[in-house]
Design a protein around this ligand. Sequence first.
Ligand SMILES: C[C@](O)(CO)[C@H](O)COP(=O)(O)OP(=O)(O)OC[C@H]1O[C@@H](n2ccc(N)nc2=O)[C@H](O)[C@@H]1O
Ligand SMILES: Nc1ncnc2c1ncn2[C@@H]1O[C@H](COP(=O)(O)OP(=O)(O)OP(=O)(O)O)[C@@H](O)[C@H]1O
Length: 311
Amino acid sequence: MTETHSLDVVHARAPGKINVSLKVGAVMEDGYHDVATAYQAVSLYEDVRAWHADDFSVSFTGPIDSKGVPVDATNLAIKAARLLARKTKYRGGVRLEIEKHVPVAGGMGGGSADAAATLVACDALWGTNLSRDDMLALCAQLGSDVPFSYLGGTAIGTGRGDRLSPALAKGHFHWVLAIADFGLSTPTVYSELDAHRERNVHDIAPSPVSPQVDPLVLHALRAGDPHMLADALSNDLQAPALHLEPSLKLVLELGEKNGALAGIVSGSGPTIAFLMADNEAAIDLQVTLSAAQHHALRVTGPVHGARIVND
Ligand SMILES: C[C@](O)(CO)[C@H](O)COP(=O)(O)OP(=O)(O)OC[C@H]1O[C@@H](n2ccc(N)nc2=O)[C@H](O)[C@@H]1O
Ligand SMILES: Nc1ncnc2c1ncn2[C@@H]1O[C@H](COP(=O)(O)OP(=O)(O)OP(=O)(O)O)[C@@H](O)[C@H]1O
C-alpha cells in the first residue's frame, strides 16, 4: 500500500436513520436478534474531519452534547479507523474531529454514522481505496446499523440488520424529530422486549418465526405516499422503549394531535419521528413542539449514504 500525504484533511459525512419498519425475531446463535427492517436515511448528518497523525484520537464539536461519549479505543470512530488500518496494513494513525448532529443513544444510528463516515474519510486520507464490498464488510464488523449508514437511501436490512438490499422509494418524506434530553441503551431495549415476550405482556408483538417487513411499507415507499406509509409504520422496539420511558407516550400524543400523520419511536429510541404530509405541516409541528419545550427538528428522507464533502 502506498502512503500518500497529498491530502491534508478529508471531510466525510454520513446520515442518521429512521427505521420505518422494524420487526424483531428470536435471538440468534451470535446473541443478536434476527430482524427485518426498512431503513430510511434522513438529512441529519455526522460530519467527520480527518487529519494525518501518528496515533488515533477523536474529539467532538457540534450542537449535540457528546459529554458521555468515550474518546478512547472504544469509540466507534476510532474502532473504524483502526480496523481500516489493520485491514490495509496502513502504518500511521489519524486525528478525527466529529461534528455531531445525531443525538447520542437516540435510536438514530449516530455512532454508526460516525463509523461509516470515518471509514470513508480515512480511506481517502490514506489513499487505501478499498472496494465498496470490502468497505461494507468492515462496516458490518463495526455494528449492525453501520452498513446502512454507508449505503444510505432506503433499504431493507435482515439478519442483524446488516444484510442490505435497496428498496425502491419515490420522492421525499417529511419528518419532524422530537429529540429527548436522555438516551436509551440499545441492548437494554432489546432485553426489555425479550422479557416482555417471556411474560406475554399484552401490548408486545410475539416473536415472529421469520421476521418480514410488511409489504404495505414497501408499497408505500414505492408510491412515495406519506399517508400510506403512516398507516404501515411499525416498530417492535416501540412498546419496550415506551415501557422504559413512559414520558415518550405524551410526546407521541402531542405530535399526533398536532398534524402528524403518525409518530414512531426511532429504532431503540428515545427519538420520536413524526411523519408529515408536507413541509408546511412539518414547520407547524416543529413550532408547536418547540413551544411545548421539546427539541424538535425537521428532516427529509431518503438521503445519500456516507461520502466525501468537498469544502
Ligand atoms: C435498534 C437498531 O438501531 C435498529 O436498526 C439496531 O438493531 C441496533 O443497531 P446497532 O446500534 O448498530 O447495534 P450493535 O452495535 O450491532 O449492537 C448493540 C447491541 O444491540 C443488540 N442487538 C443489536 C442488533 C440486533 N439485530 N440484535 C440485538 O440484539 C445487542 O444487544 C447488541 O449487543
Ligand atoms: N462515535 C460515537 N458516537 C456516539 N456514541 C458512541 C460513539 N462511540 C461509542 N459510542 C457509544 O455507543 C452508545 C450508542 O451510541 P449511538 O449514538 O450510536 O446510539 P443509537 O443512535 O441509539 O444507536 P442505534 O440507533 O444504532 O442503536 C453511546 O451510549 C456511546 O457511549
